[in-house]
Design a protein around this ligand. Structure first.
Ligand code: SF4
Length: 388
């Protein structure tokens, strides 16, 4: 299978979107964010394109402005704000960098590397570039590769507002994949990993977050790709609603969103609209009844305690107080009883919450092993409400 890093990221965020894009090959209308990001990346390439006279700030702004696309913006205000944001990013970039000082090795460097599938009998931990038996292709584009004083730097530009923590950068899969691609091109550099920096450059903030990688992390990146490929090959694609849906061009065909466009689709009857409204209102009424019920219960219990009575009477009926007890077993005693009978293991159950709590302190490879051990237990459907 051929899988780009961005397709892998899409699959991890929403496997249904991956299917729409990569299997059904449905063309997604470009969002304004994507158009903006592409132009900023193009401008960065323009700035660093090797030439005798590197472009000045005015040249870069001129390039940005000449390639601006107004069509994707809904109104003038939105467009103006995006344009000024782009200008500010480029100005900041020039303020923080002397563009002529960098020794650029490659820009928008395309790669396609092979990784081996352990099931093929090949060595799963081989770095890309060494092909034995069945393999998959990872493809992508590295924004920039620089030669530094004693090594190299691999840079990926980001136009998003949210910046990750240093810990996330240290474990960022994209950077590991890019470094693997770099090593497939320059295999000798595998011996100098500590001299190769991988960086995410957040242009909105003018901040570059950098890290390095160990050989083990690079092998883990390969394994993660293989795990995702195995998941894709299962052929199960489910929608995953997240804030990223706001930028998804498939809302009109996605089961989680398409009903929102019901007027356009003209398929709904008055009856179902009424049922949806009634359901939401009834759910609110149930919630408020529950609160009222708890308040009454508290009042009556207090009264019974004060009066020293176990039952209270009214014309509607009788309320009696009952004592409910719950028990738990002493673990040590129970173990002493069951272990000799070889039954202790059969009463032990994995505690999902406790497992989640210790996940963050486990080594990355162990975390991945734990994730891989996850199997679907049971599934059921329920209705949840998100009020406007
Ligand atoms: S709208 Fe959201 S849930 Fe639907 S395909 Fe797109 S990302 Fe997935």
């Amino acid at each position: 299978m051929r899988l780009s890093y961005s397709a892998l990221e899409t699959f991890q965020n929403c496997s249904l979107k991956y299917k729409f894009q990569n299997i059904d090959k449905i063309k997604e209308p470009k969002s304004k964010e994507a158009v903006f990001g592409t132009l900023i990346h193009g401008t960065m390439k323009f700035i660093h394109n090797p030439s005798l006279l590197p472009p000045k700030l005015e040249d870069a702004l001129d390039y940005f402005s000449k390639n601006w696309n107004s069509d994707v913006f809904e109104d003038e205000l939105e467009e103006r704000s995006a344009f000024s944001m782009g200008v500010a990013m480029i100005q900041q970039y020039y303020k923080n960098n002397i563009v002529s000082e960098y020794n650029i090795v490659d820009l928008e460097s395309r790669f396609a590397i092979e990784i081996n599938d352990p099931k093929s009998g090949a060595n799963p931990s081989e770095l890309p570039g060494k092909v034995h038996g069945a393999s998959h292709i990872i493809s992508g584009i590295i924004d920039r590769i620089d030669k530094t004083e004693d090594g190299y730097e691999i840079i990926d530009y980001k136009t998003t507002k949210k910046m990750p923590s240093q810990d996330k950068v240290d474990n960022d899969l994209q950077l590991s994949v890019y470094l693997n691609a770099f090593l497939a091109r320059y295999p000798k550099e595998a011996a100098n990993l500590d001299k190769i920096t991988v960086s995410l450059y957040y242009l909105k903030h003018g901040v570059k977050l950098s890290s390095t990688r160990t050989l083990e992390q690079l092998k883990n990146a390969n394994q993660l790709f293989l795990d995702v490929i195995a998941e894709i090959e299962k052929g199960i694609f489910v929608p995953n609603v997240t804030p990223l849906c706001d930028w998804c061009g498939f809302q009109k065909i996605c089961p989680m969103w398409k009903h929102k466009f019901k007027e356009e689709r003209k398929i709904d009857s008055e009856e179902i609209n009424t049922a949806i409204g009634d359901y939401i209102n009834l759910k609110s009424a149930i919630a408020s009844t529950k609160t009222q019920f708890a308040q009454l219960q508290e009042k009556i219990t207090k009264y019974m305690e004060q009066e020293g009575v176990e039952r209270v009477f009214s014309d509607e009926g009788i309320i009696a107080q009952t004592l409910r007890k719950t028990y738990k077993y002493d673990e040590k005693q129970l173990r002493d009883i069951l272990e000799p009978l070889d039954k202790w293991e059969s009463v032990l159950k994995v505690d999902g919450i406790a497992l989640k709590n210790i996940m963050s302190v486990l080594p990355v490879s162990t975390r991945q092993d734990v994730e891989r051990s996850r199997v679907l237990d049971k599934e059921s459907k329920s209705l949840t409400i998100k009020k406007k």
